[in-house]
Write a protein that binds this ligand. Sequence first.
Ligand code: CA
Length: 236
Amino acid sequence: MICEEEGCRAVRILVVEDEVKVARALKEGLEREGFDVAVAETGEEGFYRVNAEGFDLIVLDVMLPGRDGLQVLATIRRGGMRTPVLMLTARDAIEDRVQGLDSGADDYLVKPFAFPELLARIRALLRRGRPEPVLRFAYADLELDVVARTVKRKDKEIDLTPREFALLAYLLDHHEQVVSREMLARDVWKEPSRATPLDNVIDVHIARLRRKIDDPFESTLVQTIRGVGFVLREER
Ligand code: CA
């Protein structure tokens, strides 16, 4: 199931496979697992349906009449579509696998394969595509709730600006790992090409955060690692 703001729906998978028996077995097996499955029997049809309908994942056989799986894949990726693609290749066609991964396949499976293996690969790709967002962080006596936008330490509510909140959430997500100013510039300030003046801005925000999070309490959480960056770690 995929749940978005509009509600929940089954995960939609397109199987592009010309061998009718294999296609039918895949469709039935995946439907039993709760997926919504469509089958395309040619590369042309597959390409058309990928563009016309929204799928969450594509199972793409390489050996197809007409436009083969690799050509379909290359065209899909050239168009900028990022839908995960699991490629099915023949046993000895190592070149197909290499070319497939080069053309933008996310994973491949060699025929014949066991259905549970296919299922495991599909689930892994779907997880990779949609990381579960963390909605609540807790570390030592600090709690941050992303949905309610609240921060508490020892049950005392702390008022943060949106930037301080994002900064603290990032530190919590990387607790006890050193976070560099480059990482903060890229991931919190969304400035991939780091300008030096941002270092000062980051330091000012860290100082303010520390005043709110640490100063009123016995132990400190936000530590500076000189010359490297910062770490969220409890120190007494
Ligand atoms: Ca085939």
